[in-house]
Write a protein of this length. Sequence first.
Lengths: 404, 200
Amino acid sequence: MSAVNIPPQFEIVDRPLDTQMTISMGPQHPSTHGVLRLELVLDGEMVVKATPDIGYLHTGMEKLFEYKKYQQGIVITDRMDYLNPLGNNLAYVMAVEKLLELEIPERAQTIRVLMCELQRIASHLVWLGTHALDIGAMSVFFYCFREREKILNLIEAASGGRLTPSYFRIGGLMMDLPSGFERRVRQFQDGFIKAVDEFHVLLTGNSIFRGRTQGVGVITAEDAIDWGLSGPCLRGSGVNLDIRRANPYASYETYDFDVPVEQDCDVWARYMVRMREMKESHKIVAQALGRLKPGPVKADAPKVVLPDREAMKTHMDALIHHFLIVAEGFDVPAGEVYHPIEASKGELGVYVKSDGGPKPSRVHFRGPSFVNLSALPHMSEGAMVADIVAIIGSLDIVLGEIDR
Amino acid sequence: MHRDTSAAALRSFAAGDPFMSIGTNSENILPQSVSTDVNQRLTPSQLVTALQRQHPDWVSEIVEALGEVTVTVPAAHIVNVCEELKTGAHTRFDFLSDICGADRGVEEEPRFEVNYHLFSTTWHHRLRLKVLLNEGEAHVPTVTSVWRTANWHERETFDLMGVVFDGHPDLRRILLPDDWQGHALRKDFPLRGYEPYSLK
């Protein structure tokens, strides 16, 4: 006869252990690059299911566009993918220019290409630094940010803003490049190839880095297309697709550059694609520098493009146009366009719908980060928890663009 | 802007030759032997004209403007059209770039439109499909069975525009909290939301 009376809830029952555990990763986790929350279902250290939870940075930007004039929208685009603001500027202004059927002068086109490729390098440098940091290689970060700082100084010299330049305007540029700008770009260019080689020395031969990235986060070419991956993520899966080649814009068809493609489909392949892309961008910058010839940087459309300061002070009609553009905006013919560009992270598409007034009826951004992140559950099935960090890093997401 | 009235296309369809060249508009004339040479690149407008000849009830309007082709598709046929465009040898629209909803205005009828932006990784051409929806019946079949990437795009459109995608595997809000009231990108939703805040 038992002396102790055991209550039923403490009775020892022989049942199989529940091995699955659900944990929440983020939204304050440093390796989630912003405020991304993942709901991970784990079996031991293996990921059974990863569900991204986004929206923490949602600020209703697409709604805001509908209440702003077309030229005011450029400022909002800076704040989406804040590592590649010039790419966002370009996609938006080119979509509006398509609706207006504006012709952009050659010098403005060349400067746009030049600045966008510098920005692509800067964006890839942040990716490289943080990706390596996530995996545990801390020193790479400092080398990357040293180079990125030089590019941000160039962007600041041209536009006045380091992170939010708003440099491209509908019909051209905010203003021409400052004097001595080309010399400063050449200075940066001269040191940059050596810097990329430095990054290779730090990471490419590193056996820990290889072990953390090779064979991790595999996605086949068919799956990558089906999931809508674009940019370096798609090219890392062996698909030779670059919108600068497939649907050329801003006269990219006249530049000579290679599209890096890797066949391994894993984190390592995406790393190699971006490393090679930086050198290709360097090549494009050099070509654009050689093409810079004096000329106008604004289209000949007085009702859309703000007049020069000097003309405004001396010409009556320039003053009237200036007043009307600032006070009332300009009417854009009714219609709709979808303009895709190859941003640093993939296909950045802008859908603009106009009903004829000075404000758009609908603006929608197809962010490459948004779509690339949606493939994360597919890529992380069966991975280790530590690999999730490497996979997120290889997708190169920016939450500002995902949540908009 | 070019609109195909499709009467000639219908005649040609009835005659049993969907690729017979018709009309005087040179853009709509297809090569006689279109089915034999799969390596020939056709423009999107030629492709959709051929689609209209084969399936007149799948396409209600074709609009060409600013270098882009827009095909209006009845909501009931959107999955069929997408599957056909994805698998056809000349179309190969295997990449879904984007889905985005738009509100045409509170008084407009049909009020909502859903735009599908397709891209072909083989032929590098683009096409926009458009589905028009009345306010009372803002339902459209999901295309997640055709492209898995449609999942998040459809969730976003549901969240912000209130269009319901029938058959979607996981139709939850994606950007706004689960207990948010209303659909923020509708024209009748105030810019600053409902004061003091829009949560329950």
